[in-house]
Design a protein around this ligand. Structure first.
Ligand SMILES: Cc1cc2nc3c(=O)[nH]c(=O)nc-3n(C[C@H](O)[C@H](O)[C@H](O)COP(=O)(O)OP(=O)(O)OC[C@H]3O[C@@H](n4cnc5c(N)ncnc54)[C@H](O)[C@@H]3O)c2cc1C
Length: 439
């Protein structure tokens, strides 16, 4: 039997070979700062940079190494409006006007990321290459053709349908039954981008402390007191950017965030020619399944990185790798004899209405929950918006601010229902494929 594991197989992100997480400690934790930010991912660091550049004294605290949350584990796919509403009927959820505002702001967030990377000279292998969403069935193709009308509203005409006959210029696989191409999307090296945010934070004067658990936040007469495993700090404001790793520190958020694991694998180097044969346009490809999977080139163009969800119950890294390898080969049979060098998993934050959240609760600011693969753009943006709220610098409210933040009476933070929902989603994906084959 073919051994899919290369000898030097690692259960760490492929990205960490270039940009590993950082252990940053201090002799003594500061007694007082203006703002404490909890979480050193994109939301925490984007907030920190904006605040520090406005002259605020900022401390970022993380319970593990800086950057070992979701932000250095992502697939590196970046987009605006397609990312934020792909899982829901946005108009039915928030109404026409708010839906338009959300889509506009998501586009603004993507444009901002591009400008930020350019003007700050951020070395993160960013490519504005577009993205293909391949339909896993003909029914799914019809559904995204309908969704495209929502995306192309007003001045935006950056989505187009691609038939199965035309798709070979983008992706070499019979698995997809045509799909939708989004011109306004790209790819990034997520850990290099994160590392550059650390650099900009430090240059702006932000203090970062890793391996320090924040246990409790209380309100005082003059602001906040933050209790950590290394002592307590007084602050005027607190920002919570804890994503899918949100713990009992904030019971309000814990009851409203559903942590979902997601896995990626990296193939061995197969060479640019083979990679270009599979993804000739160089853009990533995601599918339309409820349990999505996606493929992209590595930044050096030598490998395929393949992501998705292996299982909804905890299984080991090797088992997840085998399941993802099998899915990858189903889509790209030419990768059958390809070994895997890296496999890693991280936690994404979902909400009950599948929308990201920005706001203030118990006097603490928060920017949370990307709801799937749109966190690079959205969490960077919402972190920055949270900073503007803290500074009182906003002329207009973000479309993501003060959205209803639902919970469920039976949910306390342990996602017991996820395996059941996962099985149901898998069944629906499977039946759709079967019906398609029977047509
Ligand atoms: C495998 C995977 C693939 C993904 N692919 C993509 C993609 O292709 N494109 C995309 O846009 N998005 C993708 N995402 C989503 C994206 O990575 C996240 O949305 C984003 O990184 C979240 O950033 P964040 O700052 O909110 O949280 P994180 O980066 O998760 O940071 C939160 C931090 O808070 C810390 N923390 C939590 N509680 C405490 C506490 N009590 N005290 C101290 N520290 C605490 C954690 O240790 C963690 O480091 C992916 C996610 C995963 C896991």
């Amino acid at each position: 039997m073919f051994n899919i594991f290369q000898d030097n197989f690692k259960e760490d992100p492929y990205w960490w070979d270039d940009a590993p997480p950082l252990k940053l400690t201090v002799d003594e934790i500061p007694k007082k700062v203006d703002v404490v930010i909890i979480g050193s991912g994109y939301s925490g660091l984007s907030c920190a940079i904006e605040l520090a550049r406005a002259g605020t004294e900022v401390l970022v605290i993380d319970k593990v190494e800086i950057g070992s949350g979701a932000s250095s584990r992502a697939g590196g796919l970046t987009s605006g409006r397609a990312g934020v509403s792909k899982l829901i009927n946005l108009e039915a959820t928030v109404g026409d006007r708010r839906a338009n505002e959300i889509l506009e702001e998501a586009d603004q967030a993507y444009t901002h990321l591009q400008d930020f990377i350019k003007f700050e000279n951020i070395a993160c292998d960013f490519h504005h290459c577009g993205r293909f969403m391949g339909a896993h069935s003909r029914r799914a193709y019809d559904k995204i053709a309908f969704k495209m009308i929502e995306y192309n509203k007003g001045k935006h005409q950056d989505f187009e349908m691609v038939t199965q006959a035309e798709q070979s210029k983008i992706v070499n696989s019979d698995y997809y039954k045509g799909g939708m191409f989004n011109h306004n999307a790209g790819t990034i090296h997520p850990a290099k981008y994160h590392g550059e945010l650390v650099r900009l934070s430090i240059e702006a004067g932000v203090k970062l402390i890793s391996n320090t658990l924040v246990k409790k936040i209380t309100s005082t007469k003059s602001g906040k007191e933050v209790f950590t495993s290394n002592g307590s700090i007084k602050a005027e404001s607190v920002m919570i950017g804890t994503g899918g790793y949100t713990d009992k520190l904030s019971p309000y958020h814990r009851k409203r965030i559903i942590p979902m694991s997601s896995t990626l694998i990296a193939t061995e180097k197969i060479g640019r020619d083979r990679v270009n044969e599979i993804l000739p346009l160089g853009c990533p490809v995601i599918d339309t399944k409820r349990i999505i999977s996606y493929a992209r080139r590595s930044p050096d163009g030598e490998r395929i990185l393949f992501g998705g969800r292996a299982r909804f119950t905890p299984i080991g890294a090797r088992k997840s790798t085998m399941i993802l390898h099998e899915t990858m080969v189903k889509i790209f049979p030419s990768l059958t004899d390809t070994q895997i060098t890296h496999s890693w998993t991280g936690l994404m934050a979902f909400t009950f209405d599948f929308l990201p959240k920005l706001g203030v609760q118990d006097g603490n600011h928060y920017a949370l929950a990307c709801n799937g693969g749109s966190g690079i753009v959205m969490m960077s943006w919402l972190g920055r918006r949270a900073a503007q709220n803290i500074l009182g610098k906003t002329n207009s409210l973000s479309a993501f601010q003060n959205l209803k933040y639902k919970t469920h009476p039976l949910y306390t933070g342990l996602p017991w229902f996820v395996p059941m929902v996962g099985t149901w989603y898998r069944f629906r994906d499977w039946t759709e494929e079967k019906i398609d084959k029977g047509r």
